[in-house]
Design a protein. Structure first.
Length: 546
């Protein structure tokens, strides 16, 4: 790669800044009118309504690599997206490496901060558009997409913009030597995204990666790639060329090519535990660092000394069904102490029956469809297991919501929200991540039993505990093997706190100042201090007399 030198880079950057304006505040008054993907060189995609075939910069020309993107509320095809191949991955990575070598790695933290503020300012006027697009391809209610996903997206760019210069270095006085620890970016990084929160995962990987000085290649979730393409387009308008790239793909071909590429120096993956294990296995062959945010089977625990049962029921309803259960943080298994078990189940059943499923563009909709036909069939499979268990007298389907009555939704990927009670702790529906609108309730007797049930899961992301006994809540929080514990609340705004889990939920932390270190490697520089003699090997003096 051509090396332009830091001095020349700084001169060219000053000239660029003089052309584009001195600060993100001035810039924010100028951006960002709606533009088509075709306004970026080599991009041929257009904003909605989409053409029959959607092709972007790093799409293959092979027509056999097209895959449909559905509206899950209706089952209709929105567009057919042209996938990339390893050849497109290589082109994207090499363009990103050039951008890193010739530009981004030499930017100061203040420069990177200004660019991230520009990204946030560019995204801000598109919040409604992005929420509607996300609703269209993912199925979640537009109101939820706007208030949660898109709001988080903008805020996380501002958050990391504000802490670009907070990545701490270290200085150690070692007697005759001083040691300085600095944190340097990896270079080209890959972010592999799931379908459930595209804006959150796009921002959650891109913002800290750029803040730390890396450049980024994004592979969107194949079920919901359009919002990612649009977000990438928007921030590409305000970033130096090729600092952010996106390569769409179907199946493992594109992610595998990214992970195996010798210029990709770090991979951040969010998705299932099975897929995450394959990512780790592939990355291990080149000893490429990975951050994995994987599955969850989160326990919502209610003790009989709960101070406000109605409040606990409300949080349980939210924890189980928000985002139609397609969340690694979903509290899809509820554990209730026997003293309040029946009362809790009755109250929760009342809420479940009132949940309204439908098209996410309808403001009265609570639950959208599952994201795809395959996901619908997966969740229906777990529902059938519950029905079979009920026939055997082993569980009870205590409540179900209604499917939408809108004729336009008859082919949508809907599953009725379902409450399953009297579930034994070892049943499949109590152990496996269902990732849909099903929730189980299991009774327990003692504190130790509840903790044992929580910890027997192979996952370890979150746990929720409701009790007015502060000592019990602290004991519980210390003993459960998870990354986050919510005590008498279910606070969803995770921005600014380390987010991640234990066991088969993965490793690494996102969304906080600690995240910056995930996107860097430490380098130690030692220098003589001028105080005392630096120790040396005895043989040096013996053979050299020095």
């Amino acid at each position: 790669m051509k090396y332009i030198g830091k001095a020349r880079f700084q001169k060219e950057k000053r000239e660029e800044d003089n052309r584009s304006g001195p600060s993100h505040q001035i810039y924010s008054t100028k951006v960002c009118t709606k533009v088509s993907l075709s306004s970026i060189p080599n991009w041929t995609a257009m904003p909605p309504p989409y053409p029959e075939i959607l092709k972007v910069r790093y799409s293959s020309d092979d027509s056999s690599l097209q895959f449909p993107v559905h509206n899950p509320a209706t089952g209709e095809v929105i567009t057919n997206l042209q996938a990339g191949t390893p050849a497109q991955v290589d082109a994207a990575v090499r363009a990103a490496q050039k951008a890193y070598d010739n530009d981004w790695r030499w930017r100061s933290p203040a420069d990177r901060s200004a660019f991230l503020f520009k990204c946030a300012d560019a995204l801000e006027p598109h919040k409604d558009e992005l929420a509607e697009l996300l609703c269209l391809e993912n199925g979640k209610p537009k109101q939820d997409a706007l208030s949660f996903d898109i709001s988080f997206l903008v805020n996380i760019f501002r958050f990391f913009a504000s802490i670009c210069d907070k990545l701490p270095g270290e200085f150690h006085q070692r007697g005759s030597v001083n040691a300085t620890v600095i944190y340097e970016p990896f270079g080209v990084c890959a972010g592999i995204l799931p379908f459930n929160w595209p804006p959150i995962h796009f921002g959650g990987k891109t913002a800290p990666a750029l803040a730390a000085g890396n450049v980024m290649i994004i592979k969107p979730g194949e079920q919901a790639p359009l919002t990612v393409l649009r977000m990438c387009e928007i921030i590409s308008q305000v970033l130096p060329p090729d600092v952010i790239q996106v390569v769409p793909g179907l199946g493992p071909e594109v992610p595998t090519a990214l992970i195996k590429h010798d210029l990709v120096k770090m991979v951040s993956f969010t998705g299932s535990t099975v897929a995450g294990a394959k990512v780790a296995e592939t990355a291990a062959k080149t000893v490429t660092p990975v951050v994995l945010e994987l599955g969850g089977k989160n326990a919502f625990v209610v003790f009989d000394d709960v101070e406000n049962l109605d409040r606990a029921v409300g949080y349980a309803l939210e924890g189980a069904f928000f985002n139609k259960g397609e969340a690694c943080t979903a509290s899809s298994r509820i554990l209730v102490q026997k003293g309040v078990y029946n009362q809790f189940c009755d109250k929760l059943a009342t809420g479940v029956k009132k949940l309204k499923s439908g098209n996410g563009l309808d403001p009265t909709t609570h639950l959208g469809p599952q994201v795809s036909k395959a996901q619908q069939e997966r969740v229906l499979g777990y529902l059938q297991k519950a029905k079979d268990l009920e026939k055997e007298g082993k569980v009870k389907i205590a409540a179900q919501g209604q499917l939408p009555d809108d004729p336009a939704c008859k082919n949508g990927f809907f599953v009725p929200p379902t409450l399953i009670t009297d579930v034994k702790r070892d049943m499949v529906i109590a152990q496996e991540e269902m990732f849909g609108v099903l929730v189980t309730v299991t009774p327990f007797e003692t504190e130790d039993e509840a903790i044992d049930i929580v910890n027997e899961s192979r996952y370890g992301l979150t746990s929720i505990v409701f009790s007015q006994n502060s000592d019990r809540c602290w004991r519980f929080s210390k003993k459960v093997d998870v990354g986050l514990v919510y005590v008498n609340n279910y606070f969803r705004n995770i921005l600014g706190i380390p987010f991640g889990g234990a066991k088969e939920t993965g490793y690494g932390r996102e969304h906080s100042i600690d995240t910056l270190k995930e996107w860097c490697r430490a380098k130690v520089i030692t220098q003589p201090s001028g105080f005392g003699e630096i120790p040396s090997w005895r043989a040096v003096k013996e053979v050299l007399g020095a």
